[in-house]
Design a protein around this ligand. Structure first.
Ligand code: HPA
Length: 256
């Protein structure tokens, strides 16, 4: 199989639901005690690997996800590009629940996560330890996903700053004020270190983010899990369709 496309699913997105055979597989990695499980399928003859970020049972919270094992497994399986799905809170005023966002920047507020493959310095090639991360998301992939979203008439925000917090608790109102002042448009818990690890492995990476709630302190009410779940249920099928529609162009991108 050449040119495999990797999809990392998050909350509410546990399988690709395609009309083709799906093979469960797993791989032992140097970064995890247990193997990483993923699902192989062909969508219109395009090979795809789907990896549920939080594990098969959706049991691993954002700060405990083994991002290194997940990314290493995808690279080892010859995944050439990665589409990551992230569920987020909206901060700036055009980021209402239900909005779809293809972020172009991020700020990392996480701590204590295993966040790099370069734990020992390679003095022979020092530069390789310090990957360029000026633009965390791959621009060619972003264009393809944005086009796919627009074709489906989905209102889509084509640039946004994703603030990644540690979780699993939601933020305080003051923390959201700070993120807003920093320039964050949306807030989630899973975007990092995933994006940086993909960069370290040299795998182009894009995020498709679905806003499911107003971030803390932006409305007079506290954040309701029922509201999050309802927005997630209605939005995630559209996210899947947008991704499936984008696969042929993404496939062409990696075959060229
Ligand atoms: N904050 C952090 N992560 C999130 C949120 C939020 O408000 N909503 C969904 N994921």
């Amino acid at each position: 199989m050449s040119g495999i496309i990797g999809i990392i699913g998050g909350s509410g997105f546990y399988s690709l639901d395609v009309n083709s055979d799906i093979d469960a597989d797993s791989l032992s990695t140097p970064y995890s005690e247990s193997p990483v499980t993923f699902y192989k399928s062909q969508v219109s003859e395009i090979p795809v690997i789907f990896l549920p970020r939080h594990g098969d049972e959706h049991a691993t919270p954002p700060h405990k996800v083994n991002y290194r094992a997940n990314l290493w497994a995808l690279k080892e399986k010859e995944v050439r590009v990665i589409i990551a799905v992230n569920v987020v809170g909206g901060i700036t005023k055009n980021m209402a629940p239900g909005t779809l966002v293809i972020p172009n920047q991020l700020i990392d507020y996480t701590w204590g996560r295993e966040h790099t493959f370069f734990d020992t310095f390679n003095n022979e090639a020092v530069g390789e330890n310090h990957v360029d991360f000026t633009w965390p998301y791959d621009e060619a992939m972003r264009k393809i996903i944005i086009q796919s979203a627009k074709t489906r008439h989905q209102s889509v925000h084509t640039s946004a700053v994703y603030g990644c917090t540690q979780g699993p608790r939601l933020e305080s109102a003051a923390e959201i004020c700070r993120l807003k002042q920093d320039g964050c448009d949306i807030v989630g818990m899973t975007g990092m270190p995933e994006a940086a690890l993909a960069r370290e492995l040299g795998v182009p990476y894009v995020s498709v983010a679905l806003v499911v709630n107003w971030a803390a302190g932006l409305t007079s009410e506290s954040i309701s899990f029922a509201e999050i779940t309802a927005t997630l249920d209605s939005g995630i099928s559209e996210v899947k369709e947008i991704i499936v529609d984008a696969l042929p162009e993404l496939h062409q991108l990696i075959e060229n």
